[in-house]
Design a protein around this ligand. Structure first.
Ligand SMILES: O=C(O)CCC(=O)C(=O)O
Length: 368
């Protein structure tokens, strides 16, 4: 893989101009025909490598792409099989049954509507807080005869993902040379951690004449149907797995009009940096923007574990990450504060820019 430099997004806004920024994002639509695609071999990390090699390449992948594919991860096939089985069964229920686990607040079952500000997508999803009692309460609302299998599958998956996320974060801490290598993972292991798990289902799409007229086509003349729109994840780290149906795309770190399709691989996990980790590493790790397309003839199922700190945690660039060459980029905020702002904005907004210290109003980027 050739070396690449990450260009951070320009400074956009401060909290005082949230409204201005929000309105601009709300009115922004990216014309599909201005996009292009590049097929790249994205970074792969093999957990069976020597630790020193793995941690060095994790740091590099997070710096250059904010993303990598993880193989030989050691997560049991049963754990993966069970969550996918339960997910498939849940999404096959009649709509009236699924709706018992909704509407999303944001936890719970949702269909097409994403968040509270008018974003929509061609998917349905079930979002859980990872606390076992919260999982139990949600599964029980489905009024299934026996909620145990579903609860057990979700809890086991959460435990496996938490371990994996913490392992990756510890290697990152080592690779970055932090005084306390566990700084990141401690937040995720905290009993008040706000980590989430989401099951997504993108129904198959065969197209119809109305859609063919109204949906724009990309350069390859394939219908561009957005399942889950462009965004960055607000948390620290996301671990994603999907069945063998394509759909995930990440945005090029150097050109926001260029998308990189990610080849599906159900035996692997895909790991991406979220906003909180970008802030804590003072921009050394890139919170990659990504989206999921939903134009395949087969159902796509994906599962995301979002590793997050507790609500009261203070997110701030770590002292080791702040140097003369890389001065502090973000102000401190609590995870609770960040979430509140996030829920007040559209999915595609660059919320972390609101916390940049070198805010300049003229840097606000208008995308028409
Ligand atoms: O389903 C996918 O592949 C991506 C979904 C996603 O980005 C999300 O749920 O935040």
């Amino acid at each position: 893989m050739p070396p690449r430099l990450v260009s951070l997004q320009p400074a956009i806004s401060s909290s005082s101009s949230t409204l201005l920024y929000k309105d601009m994002v709300a009115n922004h639509f990216m014309p599909e025909n201005k996009e292009s695609f590049v097929h790249l071999d994205l970074p792969v990390i093999d957990l069976s490598w020597k630790r020193e090699r793995a941690r060095k390449l994790i740091v590099r992948a997070f710096k250059e792409f904010g993303f990598f594919k993880l193989i030989n991860h050691g997560v049991s096939k049963d754990i993966i099989y069970n969550i996918e089985k339960e997910s498939k069964e849940f999404f096959s229920l009649p709509a009236s049954e699924k709706q018992k686990a909704g509407p999303p607040n944001p936890i719970g079952y949702g269909s097409k509507k994403i968040g509270f500000n008018g974003d929509t997508g061609e998917l349905e999803y079930l979002l859980f807080h990872t606390n076992p009692s919260s999982i139990y309460q949600r599964v029980r609302t489905l009024n299934r005869e026996d909620p145990r299998n579903f609860c057990c599958a979700v809890n086991n998956y959460v435990e496996a993902m938490k371990e994996l996320a913490c392992e990756i974060l510890d290697m990152l801490g080592e690779g970055l040379g932090l005084d306390d290598k566990r700084t990141f993972s401690k937040l995720v292991r905290d009993e008040d951690s706000d980590s989430l798990v989401r099951l997504n289902h993108y129904p198959p799409y065969y197209g119809n004449s109305e859609d063919r007229l109204s949906i724009s086509k990309n350069k390859d003349d394939k219908v561009a149907r957005v399942g889950f729109g462009e965004h960055s994840d607000p948390q620290m780290l996301t671990i994603l797995r999907s069945n063998d149906v394509e759909g995930l795309q990440i945005q090029s770190p150097t050109n926001d009009r260029v998308w990189i399709p990610v080849k599906s691989d159900p035996s692997a996990f895909f790991v991406n940096v979220g906003d909180a980790l970008q802030a804590m590493t003072n921009g050394r790790c890139l919170s990659v923007r990504h989206r999921a397309m939903a134009n395949t003839r087969r159902s796509r199922l994906s599962t995301m574990f979002f590793a997050a700190p507790p609500l009261h945690a203070c997110i701030s660039p770590l002292p080791e990450m702040v140097t003369l060459e890389n001065p502090q980029k973000y102000r401190s905020f609590t995870w609770d504060e960040y979430k509140k702002i996030m829920y007040s904005l559209r999915l595609a907004s660059n919320r972390l820019n609101l916390f940049q210290l070198d805010y300049k109003e003229e840097n606000i980027k208008v995308i028409s």
